[in-house]
Design a protein. Structure first.
Ligand code: NAD
Ligand code: TYD
Length: 360
């Protein structure tokens, strides 16, 4: 039996991690049926925002929820946390996660995604030894598989072919996770998910960036011809899959998670424009005129598409939020949370964007 009593969530102040902790302790707590404690280890980089967990902190601090600020690559700290909280499960979200940033500065991606993951794995191996009921779950991306042509899907057996420094660093971390399973017998599971969207996503990623630019009347920058394809999944559906794997997944197995929901960027943007226009009572054509085709991202992967039949078949997982519902919820959230947005935009992010892109 898995223990699942003291879960170390890394990167729990980032987009998916925040939603995962809220999924286990917040509104989905009844369905998730989680009874243990969560220890959130996050370095609070530009992408980490602890105010995203305000209610969790107020309701559960020092009972079911604990926050530790720090770097996953800090071995002494990670060992201390394992001992202090008797960690029996790791859910590893912490990463540098944005492709554009990885092109401009790959080093942080190697440090956190490769060396940081190595440190976590190595501490888990040394402290857990042959303990029963422990698990290291690694959260990864479909980008490790590279780029698809017009047809075909990524399956769990698709060879890795990463093309950006981000995806190369994630591929490297996935290989280390598998190596620790095969070589040392560390009990691991691994998931590779498609593009997530939803509340609390940092507004450098496509969907929140476009929503905020629409609200501010700024240009909507579309890379290249706008025909690159991504498969989109609402963040709670990703997290229900992760939670399912942690409880029921087979040790040593990799699971693909996806939305069965492929969209060309430009088509997605047009749908998003229609939703935002309706919500803020503005003419959609006025917003559409903000679309600006800009220089393509170097090495821009053309198409991602996930075959997630394995997790459906073996673990009974399925998506529950339609794209229309999910986009509506997301737009509503960004419209209602100006304080969160202002907090993020006034800090490090704003300075970074201005330095690298000029005003956006
Ligand atoms: P994010 O960038 O929003 O959050 C990352 C979090 O990790 C932040 O809170 C940051 O402070 C923290 N962090 C970064 N470096 C750290 C370090 N050295 N030590 C401790 N904490 C550190 O990322 P996200 O979108 O929430 O993604 C979470 C995970 O899911 C990542 O591993 C990513 O590769 C994976 N993933 C993301 C998507 C997506 O669409 N966003 C899709 C598939 C997989
Ligand atoms: P992004 O959200 O950065 O996710 P990823 O690169 O990990 O898939 O980008 C999603 C898609 O949107 C990708 O094809 C790049 C494109 N894109 C734009 O066209 N304009 C933008 O300003 C951004 C951030 C992304």
């Amino acid at each position: 039996m898995r223990k699942l009593s003291n879960i170390l969530v890394t990167g729990g102040a980032g987009f998916i991690g925040v939603n995962f902790i809220r999924y286990l302790l917040g509104k989905c707590a009844q369905t998730s049926n989680f009874k243990g404690r969560i220890i959130n280890l996050d370095a609070l980089t530009y992408a980490g925002n602890i105010t995203s967990l305000k209610e969790i902190n107020e309701n559960f601090e020092e009972t079911k929820y604990f926050f530790e600020k720090g770097d996953i690559g800090d071995r002494t700290l990670v060992e201390k946390i394992f001992e202090k909280y008797a960690i029996d499960t790791v859910v590893h979200f912490a990463a540098e996660s944005h492709v554009d940033r990885s092109i401009l500065g790959p080093e942080a991606f190697i440090k956190t995604n490769v060396l940081g993951t190595f440190t976590l794995l190595d501490v888990a191996r040394n402290i857990w030894k042959d303990a029963d009921g422990v698990l290291f779950h690694h959260v990864s991306t479909d980008e490790v598989y590279g780029s698809l042509g017009e047809t075909g899907y990524f399956t769990e057996t698709t060879p890795y072919d990463p093309r950006s420094p981000y995806s190369a660093s994630k591929a490297s971390s996935d290989h280390l996770v598998m190596a620790y399973y095969h070589t040392y017998g560390l009990p691991i599971t691994l998931s590779n998910c498609s593009n997530n969207y939803g509340p609390f996503q940092f507004p450098e990623k496509l969907i929140p960036l476009m929503i905020l630019n629409m609200l501010e009347g700024k240009a909507l920058p579309v890379y290249g011809d706008g025909k690159n394809i991504r498969d989109w999944l609402y963040v709670d559906d990703h997290n229900s899959a992760v939670w399912n794997i942690i409880q029921n997944g087979k040790i040593g197995e990799e699971y693909n998670i996806g939305g069965d929901n492929e969209w060309e960027n430009i088509k997605l943007l047009n749908v998003l424009i229609d939703i935002v226009a309706k919500k803020i009572n503005k003419n959609a054509e006025t917003i559409r005129s903000l679309i600006t085709y800009v220089k393509d991202r170097p090495g821009h992967d053309r198409r991602y598409a996930i075959d997630c039949s394995k997790i459906k078949r073996e673990l009974g997982w399925k998506q529950t939020v339609s794209f229309e519902q999910g986009l509506e919820r997301t737009v509503d959230w960004y419209l209602a949370n100006t304080e969160w947005i202002n907090g993020i935009r006034s800090g490090e992010y704003k300075r970074w964007v201005e330095k690298n892109y000029g005003e956006r």
